[in-house]
Design a protein around this ligand. Structure first.
Ligand code: FAD
Length: 398
């Protein structure tokens, strides 16, 4: 058994983990980032659309190495064909660029390394280590060898399929209505408009939506999210997408370069993301936006908060639940209201039938739309107040 000791251990080198490792190391903590795969950023399980408004805060400068395209805006398509366009100037919030995630994730890990974090690949956690009720690291394997990694603070950044929270006993299982099963092709030989990220709502994607995000000339990420509770079988998600693609003249002659299946959480804000010695970040903490399914921004922000607080806790020699509670307060004050609002909005919108969605998108097409979900919901509230009944008070910018 190999034994390693560090001050801060980060499990998972996705955006949340690399960001946490960067800020923990920057704060002076001896930091180790472990990743179960042999390559950071691969395989990609993401549509790769992201806004730009968080980057300065996380000290990430846009880099052509990981930017595939920079669409001007977004379009929301109703089942009957109505289309609401989000104008270029206002498109900043939910869509801003389409990434090369394989390069983006590596770049974030590079930033962590530059800040002083160590990185171990092919190293996975298979359980947490406990001592006197606190999490004090993990056990697992590194390059096939048994390993015990002890740390004052462990950050669980192990993504949607996270086990860290479950092992620590702080994360209940998700309800099937709070999970979208996803399937995506990277299609070549398609005709897509590089100026827009396209979203298709309605019964073609029950409880979710279909997306077409331009990756380059004649290449697009074409994918679908369907609420797990509405699926009959595992192959259903792919079948919904295949059926829809076959009906789109611009896409039907597309040929796949890769395909991925996955899932996103669409749940309300999590109750608990901290235990003594442990913080959960990004998808592992269930911080994906429940309305859009986008999780990169919240992964980066929560990773930053956790990394900074881990460094402070390491300096102070206090990794108790109260000390790490500062992390939970930080993400809640920044993200909780929006997560709750968008979960309530998702709950309402997934009940709408195709004619109602046609009517909603038709009214949205008549107005100047802001691209963030708050602007969108505010416009829906003006025209269809019944749809926001019960959470209208959350429709204010704070
Ligand atoms: P991840 O990126 O999942 O990283 C977790 C890392 O932990 C992985 O590298 C994994 O290998 C590693 N790991 C897991 N278990 C262990 C272990 N036991 N030991 C060591 N390492 C481990 N979000 C957007 O913002 N925009 C989009 O367009 C978008 N499209 C999506 C499309 C699909 C099909 C899917 C499935 C998701 C999409 N998302 C999108 C969500 C987005 O991909 C995630 O929110 C984001 O990757 C979260 O980052 P993370 O660091 O929390 O987790």
């Amino acid at each position: 058994m190999r034994r390693i000791e560090t001050q801060v251990l980060v499990v998972g080198a996705g955006p949340a983990g690399s960001m946490a490792a960067k800020f923990a190391a920057r704060g002076g903590a001896r930091t180790l980032l472990i990743e179960k795969r042999q390559e950071i950023g691969a395989p990609v399980r993401c549509a790769e659309g992201v806004s730009c408004d968080w980057m300065a805060e996380c000290e990430v400068a846009p880099d052509p190495r990981w930017i595939a395209t920079t669409p001007e805006g977004a379009r929301i398509h109703a089942p009957g064909g109505a289309c609401a366009v989000v104008s270029a100037e206002r498109a900043g919030n939910e869509v801003g660029m389409v990434l090369e995630r394989s390069q983006f994730d590596k770049a974030l890990a590079e930033h962590a390394a530059e800040a002083g974090a160590d990185i171990l690949l092919k190293t996975h956690a298979s359980d947490v280590l406990r001592e006197d009720g606190a999490i004090v690291g993990i056990v697992g394997k590194t390059l096939g060898e048994d390993v015990e990694i002890r740390a004052a603070i462990t950050i669980g950044a192990d993504g949607f399929e996270s086990q860290m929270g479950r092992w620590a006993g702080i994360q209940p299982p998700l309800k099937t209505r709070d999970v979208d099963a996803t399937f995506q092709y990277r299609l070549t030989n398609v005709e897509c408009d590089p100026r827009y990220c396209d979203f298709y709502v309605g019964s073609a994607a029950p409880g979710g939506y279909i997306w077409v995000f331009p990756k380059g000339p004649r290449i697009a990420n074409v994918g679908i999210g369907v609420q797990l509770a509405l699926l009959r079988g595992k192959a259903d998600t792919k079948r919904y997408l295949d059926d829809w693609v076959a009906r789109q003249p611009a896409l039907a002659r597309g040929r796949p370069l890769d395909m991925v299946a996955g899932a996103v959480s669409t749940c309300p804000p999590p109750r608990r993301t901290v235990a003594s010695g442990l913080m959960l970040v990004g998808d592992a903490a269930r911080l994906i936006d429940p309305l859009t399914g986008g999780g990169i921004v919240n992964a980066c922000l929560s990773g930053k908060f956790a990394g900074e607080i881990a460094a402070g806790a390491a300096r102070a020699g206090d990794a108790g639940e109260d000390a790490l509670g500062a992390y939970e307060r930080a993400w809640r004050s920044r993200l909780e209201r929006k997560l709750l609002r968008n979960w309530l909005a998702k709950e309402r919108l997934i009940t709408l039938d195709d004619p109602t969605l046609d009517a909603v998108v038709t009214t949205l097409a008549e107005v100047d739309l802001g691209a963030d979900t708050l602007s969108l919901l505010t416009q829906i509230a003006r025209r269809h107040p019944a749809l926001v009944e019960g959470f209208a008070e959350l429709l204010v910018r704070v």
